[in-house]
Design a protein around this ligand. Sequence first.
Ligand SMILES: [Zn+2]
Length: 312
Amino acid sequence: MAPAPAISLTRGDRLGYFMRGMIAGIDLGGTQVRVALARSDGQIVSLARTRTALLGSPERLVEWVVDQIRRRDTGEPLRGAAIGAPGPIDKKNGVLVNPPNLPGWSEVPLAAMLSEPLGCPVFVENDANVAAVGEFHRGAGRGFRTMVYITWSTGVGGGVILDGQLFSGAHGTAGEIGHMVLDPNGPLDSCGQHGCLEAFCGGGSLSRQTGESTAELFQAAAAGDREAAEIVGRAATYMGHALVSLSNLIDPEVIVIGGGISRSWKQVAPVFMSVLRGSPFIKPARRPRVRRGQLGDRAGQVGAVEWARTHP
Ligand SMILES: [Zn+2]
């Protein structure tokens, strides 16, 4: 298992400065569940993961999480926990509503199910928002106050940090960057809209167009396959237009891009950066930095720890 991230106190510490005790961060994905146990300053002391399909039900998930935390008992009380989970989520009540990539997990009161056995408050937050919080405090967003995070993977998600705080919006659904409509005559997305960013760039959409996995498509493009290179180039161009729109709307200091497709940075970054640099409206003086996420597939766990620590 990979080593835990380096230790340091971060901004926005609510629990960390004043209390001893432990914090748990849980990343619930369609494929894997990951748990991180951390000290109240955010230093991660242990990591565990398993396959979501092996657990199968919310009850088994709760048992597994509680077991992972108990077997790493440090003698200090658990002060708080947060879970990053696929939306839609009723954040106020900590309920998974009907996540499309966790079929059958409808109306699951995850916060209540976990807070009783863990004996601490449990916050449930959208997975992309949690990853944004992770990159902001512990990854590529360190040192900035205003950041847009994009997770570019099978789907396209995002999170917006304004002046050091995660921005949730009026109904708790802000940051759905993947569903900004770029072309109403574009392809249909699973969200029901035509031509949203995810329909043009999401790995799932690219796989449906080509009949190949995203990894195969990017490999073929890198190996010189012209058609594959064109498809990758088109996706990266649309991402560039999204960066222009986000820069116009938010004027962030930094845009951080994580998720599986960010691993193909050398293939996509020159394309989206040229679109961003080519914008006649976004002059160099107000162009955001664009950085690749630093936390990789640990962004969810690390972010959940940070969300439990800094939750307003
Ligand atoms: Zn969409």
